[in-house]
Design a protein around this ligand. Structure first.
Ligand SMILES: Nc1ncnc2c1ncn2[C@@H]1O[C@H](COP(=O)(O)OP(=O)(O)OP(=O)(O)O)[C@@H](O)[C@H]1O
Length: 372
């Protein structure tokens, strides 16, 4: 028997939602998995829910859609309580002003693109002619007017995705939920659909929550990124903030930065948790995080002489080919592991192989220090 999550004092959902948009407090237990998420999304705001496998992203989406009924907490959309067990309120999925776009689109294979989109307004009570007119307008908006009579089997992945989006938006929802909407697309299609998706979500005016694994999707489509790990929100900020100042290893890896932990000494130096002192650009105090781009780290076979303040010796623990660079992982017993991006030419010149001894260096001015 799993214990119920401890209810926490939470603002009155009606009060919290006075400004409109989505307000949710979700304490959820599923087997051994515990999730506790507070989420407020303003009207017109597009939030990307980013997180590793099993973080609870789909669980959040299902709770918002009404596919998973809460046992505590609340979901309020534009002032209307959709789920609040304590008050005995639960609005089933079909009664919510919520549009959904799932990864595999779930289009009806026997209906045309137009009929698929018209299904949404029809299900909300529009007459047949009105629903078709509305569907035609939406197909036009997503650039598929010429494909109105095509069936899903005759559409490309990108086109099917657009039909799914048109179907979700045609119901004029106040909240749209998207679960990995771009995951099934090939790279070229993804690039194009990603930009269109960003535009349509901005224009529709309601709140949007998009689940994704892909940091680029999150950065381009969303104006706010909420990172979920182990059922908890570990970071919440604009794409620029998240990209510049990651708060966890997972986020740092996604945005391609080294993340070092330590304590500022009141001077421009940080005592690192893993050992050693880091020279940084500005005075730092108390527990801090230090972000360092792998492109700022230089590798050498001999102890370097230049002006870089941070220099230590280690061994190559791993080499990974990225598009035009090689990412080397440098390990040292008394220093944090550091990733360095080097050119294939440098790999050859320095004879970099796993196990090779190296020196690394980087400048104090290439670090970015922020409070933990
Ligand atoms: N029906 C269920 N019963 C019990 N546990 C479940 C159920 N569904 C999901 N879980 C567990 O809840 C946790 C969160 O799953 P969820 O699918 O929400 O994560 P996610 O972030 O969406 O992951 P992914 O990116 O892999 O889809 C996982 O540990 C999963 O095993």
């Amino acid at each position: 028997m799993t214990p119920e999550p401890t209810p926490r004092p939470t603002p009155d959902p009606r009060e919290a939602a006075a400004g409109g948009g989505l307000t949710a407090y979700l304490p959820i237990s599923r087997g051994d998995f515990d999730l506790e998420v507070d989420l407020a999304v303003a009207p017109g705001q597009v939030v990307a829910l980013l997180g590793p496998n099993g973080a609870g992203k789909t669980t959040v989406l299902h709770a918002l859609a009404g596919l998973l009924r809460l046992r505590a907490g609340s979901v309020v959309l534009d002032g209307r309580v959709l789920d609040e067990p304590a008050a005995g309120t639960f609005v089933p999925p079909a009664g919510r002003d919520v549009g959904v776009v799932f990864q595999d689109y779930l289009l009806f294979p026997h209906l045309t693109a137009l009929e698929n989109v018209a299904f949404g307004p029809r299900a909300r009570g529009s007459g047949r002619a009105d629903a078709r007119r509305e569907a035609a307008q939406w197909l036009d908006r997503v650039g598929l007017a010429a494909h109105a009579t095509a069936r899903p089997g005759q559409l490309s992945g990108g086109q099917a995705q657009r039909v799914a989006l048109a179907r979700a938006l045609a119901t004029r929802p106040r909240l749209v939920l998207l679960d990995e909407p771009l995951a099934a697309l090939d790279a070229a299609t993804r690039l194009e659909v990603r930009a269109d998706l960003a535009r349509h979500l901005r224009e529709f005016g309601g709140s949007a929550v998009m689940v994704t694994h892909d940091p680029l999707d999150a950065m381009v489509v969303a104006d706010r990124i909420v990172v979920l790990e182990g059922g908890r929100v570990v970071q919440d900020g604009s794409p620029a903030q998240v990209a510049r100042a990651p708060r966890t290893e997972y986020v740092a890896r996604l945005v391609g930065l080294n993340l070092l932990r330590g304590a500022g000494s009141g001077r421009a130096a940080v005592d690192m948790e893993a050992g050693g002192v880091l020279h940084v650009a500005e005075a730092a105090d108390g527990p801090v995080l230090v972000a360092l781009p792998p492109t700022s780290v230089t590798l050498h076979r001999q102890q370097p002489e230049g002006s870089a303040r941070n220099v230590w010796a280690g061994t190559i623990a791993g080499l990974e080919q990225h598009a035009h660079t090689v990412r080397a992982q440098v390990a040292a017993p008394d220093r944090p592991p550091v990733l360095a991006d080097v050119t294939p030419a440098a790999v050859a010149e320095l004879d970099l192989v796993v196990g090779a001894p190296v020196w690394l260096s980087f400048k104090a001015t290439d670090t970015h220090v922020y409070p933990r």
